[in-house]
Write a new protein. Structure first.
Length: 439
């Protein structure tokens, strides 16, 4: 692949909602950015001239370490070949993962194999989203874009009870240490008061260095440090939430490398709205209940048991005719997975996400919708692919961490559709109403 010297940043997200979060912050900083569903070829990149940055919305958050390595090593090699100055493996800002599923440690190991950094920086916090790292310990607000309380991550009412990767450890060094054999150092809040050239002075044989993050001033300093390291090593691989995009974007704005975008088109009302939710978060549950109380039609996915060719099996779905009927009456619809409990945990994200995506695709082929919302980090990656979405570009910020985007697709019924991907923790109770009305 021919090198693109103008690419400042390439990121690989572990799910779709997290990837659009990174897309938002680097786009706000003024970088022309496109998010792809598959690692782009050189020809694909050339079809979007003038890019400053690009991302890949992966699905590694729901995979085993072996499955992750099979995908990440060739993906990282492709990203490296673009000549992007910074390559970022984007994880959820709550760092929910385990040695068996979505292992961030495994992603770090894959990055180390491809990029060969002497020290791999891991940014632990994202203040703009209510995620704070203090002396290596991660704290998170209950909900993003809300007034929720702040908890240490292992005491968080939602993340400590995640159905697949519950967070039971607050110290990210201990948490990640269960996923990789590499030694992990820390640049804490106190060390960050020293001159930036001295930040690594106490790092000896550590191969990973975790950064505390509490406020925007720290993010700017970290962005400068990251950019300095990149200039020393030509290309820098890093890991963390969208704090990486915020840190680098802030520094590039300060140095006039990028000009921040402060004015965006105001989205208009999109009636009827179709919402597809695979989220198990209590935040999303409250948002669904609020929307139903305000007139959204609720259509839960149902599981039907049947006798297949090889014995007992099951199918999951919802009445498309019922969905179409409501939408044709100009009623907004929420399809959710809240009643599904029997799907095997190891395949639930794929099974439920694909089901939601196929339903959305069928609906769009019957009715021309303006906007669709997909909720749920684990399921969103599969839903987007089932909808045949090839790439998205940010249109406008509506709720921090979940921008409104335009979809690119070879399917003319999907191409140009406004899409919003929402993580389980994102938004206040009126979220779906905001997406309906555009404000």
């Amino acid at each position: 692949m021919s090198k693109k010297k103008n690419i400042l940043l390439a990121f690989y997200g572990d799910d779709f909602t997290g990837s659009t979060d990174a897309l938002e912050f680097i786009s706000r900083a003024g970088a022309k950015t496109v998010l792809f569903t598959e690692t782009p070829t050189a020809d694909h990149l050339r079809s979007f001239p003038g890019l400053d940055a690009f991302g890949v919305a992966g699905k590694t958050r729901a995979l085993s370490p072996a499955g992750m390595e099979k995908i990440l090593v060739p993906a990282f090699e492709q990203l490296k070949a673009t000549g992007a100055k910074h390559v970022h493996y984007k994880v959820c800002s709550t760092f929910d993962s385990s040695p068996a599923v979505g292992s961030i440690g495994k992603a770090i190991d894959c990055g180390a194999m491809v990029f060969g950094n002497k020290v791999i920086p891991v940014l632990g916090g994202m203040p703009a989203l209510g995620r704070y790292c203090v002396f290596g310990n991660l704290f998170a607000k209950m909900g993003i874009g809300s007034n929720g309380k702040i908890y240490r991550i292992d005491k968080h009412p939602s993340m400590s009870k995640h159905p697949v990767t519950p967070m039971n450890e607050g110290d990210l060094r201990v948490h990640l240490g269960k996923q990789t054999n590499k030694k992990i150092g820390l640049i804490d809040n106190v060390q960050q008061h020293a001159k930036k050239k001295a930040w690594l002075d106490h790092i000896t044989d550590e191969e990973i260095v975790l950064f505390d993050a509490m406020n925007e001033d720290q993010m700017l300093k970290i962005g400068e440090w990251l950019d300095t390291q990149q200039k020393k090593h030509d290309q820098l691989f890093s890991v963390g939430g969208s704090g990486i995009e915020m840190a680098l974007g802030s520094f590039w704005n300060k140095k006039n490398v990028l000009k921040p975008v402060t004015s965006w088109p105001k989205p208009k009302k999109a009636t009827p709205l179709l919402v597809l939710s695979g989220s198990c978060s209590p935040v999303t549950k409250n948002q669904i209940e609020d929307a139903i109380a305000k007139g959204f039609v609720e259509i839960p996915l149902e599981m039907e048991t049947f006798q297949g060719g090889s014995g007992e099996g099951f199918s999951i779905g919802a009445s498309v005719e019922k969905i179409l009927s409501a939408l044709r009456r100009n009623q907004s619809v929420i399809i959710h997975t809240g009643n599904i409990r029997e799907v095997d945990q190891s395949t639930s994200a794929r099974t439920l996400g694909q089901t939601l995506g196929y339903i959305a695709k069928r609906v769009c082929e019957e009715i021309r919708l303006k906007r669709i919302v997909i909720a749920g980090g684990d399921t969103s990656s599969y839903a987007a692919r089932a909808m045949e979405i090839d790439a998205v570009e940010m249109i406008a910020p509506l709720v921090t961490g979940a921008p409104l985007c335009k979809a690119y697709s070879k399917n003319e019924k999907i191409n140009g559709l406004q899409v919003n991907f929402k993580g389980g923790q994102v938004g206040d109770q009126q979220y779906f109403g905001v997406m309906l009305h555009g404000e």
